[in-house]
Design a protein around this ligand. Structure first.
Ligand SMILES: *Cc1c(COP(=O)(O)O)cnc(C)c1O
Length: 235
């Protein structure tokens, strides 16, 4: 169990080094520790080591953990959002990373209004057009920005991607660079700031930081290997 605190320290150091290489401030990169499938005790250990942002991908599993842990923790919903779970997800999570359609964004805005909440959203982009993944394609995202910029009850803070799985993280670099470019283009053509980029996981977070990630979602490199594929997992 001490192991995961060491692994957390190791990841922090690697984030720092990546920021140095890219001449970025380390304060501009948020480590979201992805704790899906891992128990409350493991989360508490690294919370005690100063980690305050955690990511979960299943509403039910997360609800039980959130209930058992300090309320000062900031929770990120990183999984696919099912419409019928939105009412349960919104009160628990300050951030939603995988808003994958205009219809869903519209619905979240509506429910957030009813519940007097103001969630922060990332719009997921399916850059490679993979069947297995959700997300906007670039054209539909450009077309949706007009309506999205008018939403009153959500704060759309940026874009998110999960590029195709590869062995060499260098192969992901072009996707990360391209997400950043798309973001820059959308900012020029809308009145939105979109200051955040959620990109990079255990295998490629350093490359993502070099390409401008503000939120890296790191699970197994901190907590260890998960068994099998998790329900609600996107990648
Ligand atoms: C599980 C998951 C992660 C973390 O993956 P690791 O490879 O364990 O770091 C990040 N993002 C999403 C969307 C995930 O589902």
């Amino acid at each position: 169990m001490i192991g995961i605190v060491c692994q957390l320290e190791e990841i922090r150091l690697r984030i720092l080094r990546a920021c140095e290489r890219a001449e970025r401030n380390v304060e501009d990169v948020t480590l979201v520790a992805v704790s899906k499938t891992f128990p409350v005790e493991s989360i508490r250990l690294i919370y005690d080591a100063g980690q305050n942002e955690f990511g979960e991908s299943r509403q039910q599993e997360a609800a039980a953990k959130i209930e058992a842990l300090p309320s000062s923790i900031s929770w990120h919903f990183i999984g696919r959002v099912q419409r019928n779970k939105v009412r349960k997800i919104l009160p628990l999570f300050a951030y939603i990373h995988a808003v994958d359609s205009l219809k869903l964004a519209r619905y979240i805005d509506e429910v957030a209004g009813e519940m007097s909440l103001r969630p922060r959203l990332f719009l997921q982009v399916n850059q490679a057009g993979e069947e297995s993944k959700g997300g906007f394609d670039e054209t539909s995202l450009r077309e949706a920005m007009d309506e999205i910029s008018g939403f009153r009850n959500v704060e759309v803070i940026g874009l998110m991607t999960i590029p195709p799985a590869v062995d060499d993280p260098e192969e992901s670099r072009c996707w990360f660079a391209s997400l950043r470019k798309l973001r820059d283009e959308l900012v020029v053509n809308s009145n939105m700031k979109l200051s955040c980029l959620s990109m990079g996981m255990s295998g490629d977070f350093e490359v993502a930081i070099e390409e401008g990630a503000t939120h890296v979602r790191v699970g197994s490199a901190i907590f260890g290997a998960r068994e099998g594929k998790v329900d609600g997992e996107l990648g």
